[in-house]
Each structure stands twice: as C-alpha cells, then as structure tokens.
Design a protein around this ligand. Sequence first.
Ligand code: B12
Length: 217
Amino acid sequence: MDNTDLRATLITAISNLQEKLALTMVRERISRGDDPIKIIEDCREGMRQVGMRYEAGEYFLAGLIMAGEIFRQTMELLQPVIKHQISKQATGRILLGTVKGDIHDLGKNIVNMLLGCHSFAVHDLGVDVTPEVFAEQVVIVKPHIIGLSGLLTSSYDSMLETIDHLRASVYQGPIIVGGGQLTDEVCQYVGADYWCNDAVTGVELCKRLISEETAKT
Ligand code: B12
C-alpha cells in the first residue's frame, strides 16, 4: 500500500469504527517513519467524520464512545514516538482544563502531551472544571498561560464565565481557548486572548508567548 492509500484507509477505518484496522494502519505508518503529527491529524479527520455521521443520525452515542476509545489507543501508540522526536526548548507553567459541562478530553490530552514534550510544566485539571476550581488553582500554580478546552457549543458560555471569573479575581495573563469548533467570533465572544483548533499551533503559540515574556524580563 502506498502512503496515500495508508492515510485514506486510516481515516476510513476510524470513520467506520474499525478498531483493529485503524490500529494496524497507525502501527504501519509508525514503522514507515511517518510524521506522528500527520498521523494524529488523519485520526482527527476520521473523528470529524464520526461526528458528522452522529449528527446525521447514522451513529448514536455508542459510536462516539467507540471512536473515543479508538483514538485513545492510537494516542497510546503515538505518544512514545512523539516524545522521542521532539526536542526540548521552552519552559513555562500552563494551567489546562476542559471547561464546566464538557467532558471531551482527547484533544486537551494531546495538547498536554505536546506541551510536556517541549518542557512546559502542565497542570491539567481534567474535564468539567468549574471557574472556581480554575481560580483556586491559579493561586497555587501561578501559571504563565491558561488553556481552556471545549468542544460543545454550550461550552462557550462556560469559557466566558471562566474567563470573566479569572479576570475579575486572580489572573490577568494570556488565556488561550482550544477546540475543534472554535472561530474568531467565539474567541471574541468568550473574551479569550487567543484561540486554536490544533495542538501544534497551540504549542507554537505558547512557546512564542513565553519567549516574549522572557524577553521583557
Ligand atoms: C469522541 C467524541 C465524544 C466522546 C469524547 C471522549 C473523550 N474522552 O474526549 C464522548 C462519547 C464522551 C462524547 C460525548 C458527547 N458528545 Co462528542 N464528540 C466526539 C467527537 C466524535 C470527536 C472529538 C475528538 O476527540 N476529536 C479529536 C480531537 C483530537 O480533536 P479536538 O478535540 O478538536 O482537539 C484538537 C484541537 O481542537 C486542539 N485543542 C483542543 N483543546 C485545546 C485546548 C487548548 C488550550 C489548545 C491550545 C488546543 C486545543 O488540539 C487538539 C489536537 O489538535 C466529536 C466530533 C468532532 N467533530 O470533534 C463529537 C462532538 C464534539 N460531540 C458532540 C456531542 C453532541 C456530544 C454529546 C452531547 C452527545 C450526547 N448526546 O450525550 C456528549 C457531550 C458530553 C459532555 N457533557 O461533554 C457534538 C458537539 C456539537 C455541538 N456543537 O455542541 C460533536 C461535534 C459531534 C457532532 N458533530 O454532533 N463525544
């Protein structure tokens, strides 16, 4: 199979919830030395298709759960490869979490892992995190950057609430919101400084913010 076929087969396998085939394709691409970030992007495309099939009524909640499990397993295969490849440069503390009412964490976990690979100290608060818990942790962790993750439309209000709460109390530093459905408009609505819908861009942004901060001091 050539590379284009491998990519298409991986995307379709995830979209069709074919766990064994998807994992075989990931293993094969790893063994061929494919860029792990490109493999993640293809897995994400498969997940996007699962979402569309759910929306169209072809899949039910069980389909989303199954897709989540397949994705988690692909990440288990990819994590050691990524950790081995990425060089360490930046340092800084990041507070990360999925906002209140939202339990999607696969994307956030990728951001966590990639930030860790770049020597960031990541304090991941998990999912369904209330504004109050974020604020409490800011006092303890003293983060340079806060990252809020959310995939549901209803998460935008939680992001807004969290950012309002943080700005009115303990934190005036940079806040990044992340998630597949985000846009400029959402970023403005929730009052974040930056938004991102892919982890690699998010990590580059964090590195830039930290080096700007270091240059000031
Ligand atoms: C898997 C999945 C689930 C799994 C999640 C498992 C898990 N552990 O995360 C489960 C089954 C739990 C689930 C539940 C639900 N889900 Co769901 N789910 C999905 C699905 C198919 C894939 C999401 C995913 O993991 N993608 C892969 C990751 C890698 O991508 P990502 O999250 O976008 O992350 C990347 C970037 O966004 C970025 N990023 C993410 N966070 C951050 C944070 C920072 C700081 C930065 C810098 C970057 C960053 O980096 C990541 C890597 O590049 C999506 C479809 C889709 N299009 O996304 C629906 C989807 C998000 N779900 C949806 C829905 C409706 C639900 C439910 C309400 C279903 C129900 N009836 O119960 C529940 C909600 C539960 C809740 N309260 O949160 C809808 C949301 C629609 C909407 N507009 O609100 C979607 C879009 C499906 C659809 N098309 O209808 N879901």
